[in-house]
Design a protein around this ligand. Structure first.
Ligand code: SDX
Length: 425
């Protein structure tokens, strides 16, 4: 591979440096392109554009590889805890026993929401979508100074506090929507067990089953980061304007909400429900609709901008779906339909040719629903998992000499023309 790429446009020729990452990804550094040639690149959706260098996560869509700070997710999902993985993403290394113990204690000590945040939640309409509620309160969760425990835990207070408070915020939003009293955080419970307790204590969905909490913790790990996806790029872009961490994260929450992104886990369940309820679970009907350009039916949870092979997370989540539903003794029609759809699609030329495989959202909603979460809470769960990844990228972007993000465009509107007073139009 040469060290420069030559670009010739009109009578101008420039040599652009070629940068190569630690996994041999190659980028053409075009930072001087417009100054030297007057031209910009054109790449709607940024499928071919590297916005930054990053050391947080590596993924290879062709090989189905996903690593957090170099560790394959297959090795983290299970043996590690979500708090360990959060530390890894934020600090770049796995914590030692003392660091993990201090981090665990500090996280448990910061779970309470400030009174003003509780008041904001209680003032929200009960029927507001939980992602709208999450973004609204998150942007208000600014913190002023580092507490001794936060500094002791080695994380800035706002990172630690937000990591500790997000499950509390999510649970209070849910209980407010159900007209239930809030259940405060319990420092005697693990991260995921505490969240389940705050969500469902006192209801028929209450559980103290550690295996269920462990499954949820593993799902948080699998959602923790995914390099420059839509919501993470949003967090970096908002952060590049030197907007605060909470404000940047709230922007990430709203981007994640989209059904083409994190909102797909809710859309998958709604799609499966539709096929079970109105098409008697007919796999062939669903696959035909997904291929029909005249139907607005998409096989939600299928396809990915980067993975052109299996999404390694989907494989791990599918195993968890069998485990959790087996443990709960649930015979889930949606799970059976999802597996049927996966089998049918993977043998269908339309999906094969377009390299469409199940993604992280395809099976996760089935587990969440089996645990009792309503579909509108699924993307909130995705946000809880993604928080450490968002914060790691926000830190990385602001640690460097980050310029404010400001893409260019190709203007296709009207050429210059003169204003005409309304009585002359
Ligand atoms: C996430 O980026 C990330 O890393 C995201 C994420 C993360 O962890 O942050 O992994 C999480 O967002 C996962 C994706 C969740 N979204 C969905 O499951 C929604 C359904 N999937 C699609 O809408 C789509 O596959 C996207 C949005 C995921 C990717 O869109 P692209 O890369 O822009 O691809 P495209 O829409 O241009 O599709 C290419 C072709 C088209 O057909 P042709 O025009 O070539 O004939 O594939 C078809 C599409 O119609 N296609 C589908 C399809 N997905 C793509 N056809 C039917 N069903 C689908 N799901």
């Amino acid at each position: 591979m040469g060290t420069t790429a030559t670009i010739q446009i009109g009578d101008k020729t420039i040599d652009c440096p070629v940068i190569v990452g630690t996994e041999n990804e190659v980028g053409i550094d075009i930072q001087v392109l417009r100054d030297k040639t007057g031209a910009v690149t054109f790449d709607p959706g940024y499928g071919n554009t590297g916005a930054c260098e990053s050391a947080v996560t590596f993924l290879d869509g062709e090989q189905g590889i996903l690593r957090y700070r170099g560790y394959p997710i297959e090795q983290l999902a299970g043996p590690a805890s979500f708090l360990e993985v959060s530390w890894l993403l934020l600090k770049g290394e796995l914590p030692n026993a003392a660091e993990l113990a201090a981090f665990d204690a500090a996280e448990k000590a910061h779970r309470e929401l400030p009174d003003y945040a509780v008041a904001v939640i209680k003032a929200l309409p009960k029927n507001v979508h939980p992602m709208a509620a999450l973004a609204s309160v998150l942007v208000a969760l600014t913190t002023s100074e580092d507490s001794p425990k936060a500094v002791e835990a080695g994380l800035a207070k706002n990172e630690l506090t937000l990591l500790a408070q997000l499950p509390t915020l999510a649970a209070y939003i849910y209980r407010h929507s159900q007209g239930l009293d809030f259940v405060g955080p319990d420092a005697g419970l693990s991260y995921a067990a505490n969240y389940l307790n705050m969500m469902f204590k006192g209801t028929k969905l209450a559980t103290t089953d550690e295996a269920i909490a462990k499954a949820l913790d593993l799902l948080f790990i699998l959602h923790a980061d995914h390099e420059q996806n839509c919501s993470t790029s949003t967090v970096r872009l908002v952060g590049s304007a030197q907007a605060g961490l909470s404000a940047s994260l709230a922007a990430g929450v709203t981007a994640l909400w989209g059904p083409l992104h994190g909102g797909a886990n809710q859309a998958v369940i709604e799609m499966l429900d539709e096929v079970v309820a109105h098409q008697n679970g007919d796999v062939g009907w669903a696959v035909a609709q997904a291929k029909d350009k005249n139907s607005n039916f998409r096989l939600m949870g299928f396809g990915h901008r980067v993975y052109k092979n299996f999404d390694p997370r989907a494989k791990l989540i599918k195993v968890q779906a069998d485990l959790v539903l087996g443990k709960l003794g649930k015979d889930d029609k949606q799970l059976a339909l999802a597996k049927g759809l996966e089998q049918a699609a993977l043998q269908d030329e339309y999906f094969i040719q377009r390299k469409l495989y199940p993604n992280v959202d395809f099976y996760s909603g089935i587990i969440y629903r089996a645990l009792g979460f309503p579909p509108e809470m699924f993307t909130v769960l995705f946000a809880i998992g993604r928080l450490p990844g968002w914060m790691s990228h926000w830190n990385e972007h602001n640690a460097g000499k980050a310029r404010i993000g400001r893409p260019r465009q190709i203007y296709t509107g009207k050429n210059a023309r003169d204003f005409v007073a309304v009585d002359k139009r």
